[in-house]
Ligand binder design. Sequence first.
Ligand code: PMP
Length: 359
Amino acid sequence: MRIFNFSAGPAVLPEPVLQQAAAEMLDWRGSGMSVMEMSHRGKEFISIADKAESSLRTLLAIPPEYKVLFLQGGAIGENAIVPMNLLQGRTTADFVNTGEWSKKSIKEARKYCTVHIAASSEDKDFTYVPDQSAWKLSPDPAYVHVCTNETIAGLEYQWTPDTGNIPLVADMSSNILSRPVDVAKYGVIYGGAQKNMGPAGLTLVIVRADLLDRALPITPSAFHWKEQSAADSMFNTPPTYAVYIAGLVFEWLLAQGGLAVIEQKNIEKSTLLYDYLDHSSFYRSSVRREDRSRMNVTFRLADEAQDEAFLKGAVQRGMVQLKGHRAVGGIRASIYNAMPLEGVRRLVEYMREFEARHG
Ligand code: PMP
């Protein structure tokens, strides 16, 4: 029996993907091997990685001048890897600080460069995304970094920044593939796989080819985008099984009609929850309406002392991982692509029932 898993990540995966992986576990398509057992340089795995990349390119309509890298290190690793790869000839990088994940990126980048905070929503407890008209960029930054979805606060850009000739770098760990993205507006897009793409261990980097010449000499080869690009992400052993599962997830998304269709489903799911929150005085969401995340819906009960009872009742009804991040508390429902509408309906039903009993 599958439960409804609202974890922020590692998170729910599409059931058909898990079933296919199970069916192919011992013998991948007549190879006599599990994907886990394959050489990353063998023809079988190379075909898996090529297919994953081409499916991803189709899904996101990635322009040909962008490289796709399947790496290790996670998004926290990229917090260091990004500056190392982009700082040649410049000493400053600009950041928009919208929450806990931005703060982690900033802290790490400070080891490598001068960080300029172009805008921040810390003044209001990270409940909004600063409008671009309020950003103050430094004179010549190596890049501008944003986190397009703050997983902890439940805050999401519903618009694409325009930084002109300055490369825009985005941590899209928790909203990638949830909606169409105009890749050409970005210099670099990166993210960990374990929310909307597949298992933990795989880090996706999409980088415009002309930015590959900006790495500092100290950049480790395994994290050097140009070296990895020249080696088709096989300078070191890539996380092969995670690449395989991500490839199946990409095919699952394509089979449903691609990201425009997925976006509609995500709007439907998140609207169901937010509408209920807005009509209740028992629950409250503190994020500014136009910046609410479709992926991570955060809210609080009127009385925090009831959180535990709320969470316990949810588990009894087959809904797990609804506890807010330890940094902020409250409740968080992560409703990534693979969360069925039925799971969100069940949650809203339970919220109504809990409110009637305790409100
Ligand atoms: N950025 C964002 C937006 C995240 O949600 C997370 C993980 N929750 C990370 C970075 C860190 O990812 P990892 O643990 O894979 O390094």
